[in-house]
Design a protein around this ligand. Structure first.
Ligand SMILES: Nc1nc2c(ncn2[C@@H]2O[C@H](COP(=O)(O)OP(=O)(O)OP(=O)(O)O)[C@@H](O)[C@H]2O)c(=O)[nH]1
Length: 402
């Protein structure tokens, strides 16, 4: 049985990008919905799975009053960023190798590639360290990232030697293995920037065989594909456990001495921070996370994972142990790719884990408080329950939280 099969038939499950199933303003088939008989739905209002017709048709057609529950606001038109059927699909990229940084990124490529532009060591307070990798890509202008733990996992595109670059150029990009030594002359403050004083301490990618810089990957590494959440990671929000999850993934990878967090800039399940804040206002009115997205004319989850595929491929990982509760993420990462999720490693919310283990009373984080990114509270419980009940997330709901 696949890792995701067990959750397919869950009652109340909402498919990703679902709009038809819940949103009272979109009807796939009028015979199955309570449309008033007097209202003959114009073709332009009918919903198609392709999402192609919304942006224009909705602007032109006012909603009949009978379709608008008095408690809801008039929905805004679907964002124009949604692909329009009249726009020709971009031609496939001519670039065949992801390890060749193109001079001008072919934005909009259907099969995106990603290449690492810089990497640097990030020491952490407990004395461990990881290498942060910054990626550019052929699909968007966002800086997606990878936190890489251990020396065995290397970026092929980073290690590739660029034409006319010097050893120092490669050191600046982070295309070395080992550790850089401080070569600044202490007495006069001059930078010894030619690298000659420090060749004993690192090896620069200088051959056409960058894999020679890394030790072989001996076991299937942990991977976390994490979507940006400003509020949960930076803003101390107790509405979600995103910060806690990021910390836990990093903790586990430090403990194993190996792993990758692919950090995707798809805030708010892909709808962006401003739209997520609007969704929070709707949640404060009582709508759940899925319904709030739908009422803003977004999909329940607008994230995509081709960028994660491209980054994992660049890092030479075709097998991972994925830290997730989300079966959709597993399906999307494996889809049309060589990448295989050989194991799903659950991410049990700390507060729910404490309840399950009978430690809830010892769990000293105050209601709604965040401490070391451990979150607890009614708002979090509600958010997590919706993920389980409507988005197929594979975590048991503890009795106390139900
Ligand atoms: N639209 C919306 N996005 C949210 C909300 N809460 C968190 N997010 C975003 O959801 C993303 C994290 O997704 P989650 O559903 O928590 O987790 P997941 O990545 O699908 O699944 P796991 O791998 O199990 O963590 C981040 O981009 C957050 O910004 C919310 O209430 N509304």
């Amino acid at each position: 049985m696949s890792l995701t099969e067990s959750s397919q038939q869950q009652p109340g499950y909402i498919p990703r990008n679902a709009i038809d199933h819940i949103n009272p303003f979109f009807f796939k088939d009028q015979h199955h919905h309570p449309l008033p008989h007097s209202y003959s739905r114009p073709h332009s209002l009918s919903h198609s799975h392709s999402h192609h017709t919304h942006s224009h048709s909705l602007k032109q057609q006012p909603y009949p009053d009978t379709l608008t529950p008095s408690s809801l606001q008039t929905p805004v038109p679907r964002r124009l960023s949604v692909v329009d059927a009249t726009t020709p699909a971009p031609a496939p990229s001519a670039i065949s190798s992801y390890s060749t940084p193109p001079a001008t990124p072919p934005l909009g490529s259907v099969d995106p590639i990603a290449w690492c532009t810089a990497r640097a060591r990030i020491p952490t307070p407990d004395g461990s360290e990881y290498f942060l990798h910054i990626y550019e890509n052929s699909k968007d202008k966002k800086e997606h990232m990878a936190f890489v733990f251990g020396d065995a996992i290397r970026s092929r595109s980073l290690d590739k030697v660029h034409r006319n670059e010097t050893e120092l150029d490669r050191v600046k990009r982070g295309a070395y293995s080992g550790r850089l030594r401080n070569t600044v002359a202490a007495e006069d403050g001059d930078l010894a920037m030619d690298g000659r004083n420090s060749v004993d301490d690192y090896t620069v990618a200088g051959s056409s065989s960058p894999s020679s810089l890394s030790s072989p990957i001996t076991s299937v590494p942990l991977a976390r594909i994490h979507s940006e959440c400003f509020t949960g990671e930076i803003g101390h929000s107790a509405r979600c456990d995103c910060g806690e999850q990021l910390d836990e993934a990093i903790r586990l990878m430090k403990a194993e001495g190996s792993g990758v967090v692919v950090y995707l800039r798809q805030e708010g399940r892909g709808i962006g921070l401003a739209e997520k804040l609007k969704a929070y206002n709707l949640q404060d009115l009582g709508y759940d996370t899925v319904m709030a997205n739908l009422l803003l004319n977004h999909g329940a989850d607008e994230r995509t994972y081709e960028m994660a595929q491209a980054i994992l491929e660049d890092l030479g990982l075709d097998q991972v142990r994925l830290l997730t509760n989300n079966p959709d993420k597993i399906e999307q990462v494996e889809k049309d790719s060589q990448i295989k999720v050989v194991e799903r490693v659950p991410m049990v919310p700390k507060s729910w884990e404490a309840i399950e283990q009978g430690r809830a009373d010892e769990f000293e984080v105050k209601e709604g408080a965040v401490e070391n990114k451990i979150v607890r509270g009614k708002e979090l419980d509600k958010y997590l329950k919706v993920k389980v009940e409507r988005m197929r997330h594979l975590i048991p709901i503890p009795a106390m939280a139900s």
